[in-house]
Design a binder for this molecule. Sequence first.
Ligand SMILES: O=C[C@H](O)[C@H](O)[C@H](O)COP(=O)(O)O
Length: 265
Amino acid sequence: MRTSIHLQTSPPHLFSPPLASPSLNQDSQKLLCAQHAASLVKPSTILGLGTGSTASLFLEQLSDLLSAGSLHSIVGVPTSLKTDALAKTLNIPLTDLGSHPVLDLSVDGADEVDQELNLVKGRGGSLLREKMVEGASREFVVIVDETKLVPRLGTTGPIPVEVVPFGWDYTIMKLKELFKGEIGFDAKLRTVWDAKEGKEVPFKTDNENYIVNLLFEKGISGDLRLISDEILRITGVIEHGIFIGMATSVIVAKKDGKIEILNKK
Ligand SMILES: O=C[C@H](O)[C@H](O)[C@H](O)COP(=O)(O)O
């Protein structure tokens, strides 16, 4: 189901010349969907707080509403150490999953969204805590700019897989075996530049694990649930960044300043 809401930027005036449609850059689109999502949060919500640049804008909006007194009694469950730190600087009250195993709502960004509202997440390095918190939420609202909409997952970048550091090269071998025959497939350990060491070192997640990037030349094809199960069956794999059927709705901010809301069927 698709709903389209045109955001009114200024009151219409009878004699004004027609306004040219705005062309928002990606950052403004992120802000637009973050603002929209924050306006939907009700008082007394147990709220999963996502990770990434779009989710950070949402946290800032939330904090503004809290300090203006137009929202109250919110308590957040952060999905990463970065979000935990940001929420603390923004004075957003926090709790944890153990104390609130069922959340009312989670709001988070995504790297990709397909037509069934399946997602790729984790290109920023967070996926396991996100999947736990968002999976525990009655409602999971995803906020994205329109560049994130794809016909097939894995078309604009890698699908991240969190793996244990022990035997990571063995785990990569098993992942390569799984996708053998997939044209243009590759699996690579994610690394970062360590200035102290003067070399590339493995990227470490909040859980001290590594990330393997699965690269598909034309996106991932086939039954996503089956593929998900097969990836998870490899010993050494902890979790992957394909979020199947988890999003209840996606708020998409468009270049023309419109918001489109995609709801789970
Ligand atoms: O690891 C990062 C998270 O899954 C983010 O939600 C995702 O990468 C989207 O981030 P951004 O809003 O910065 O594009």
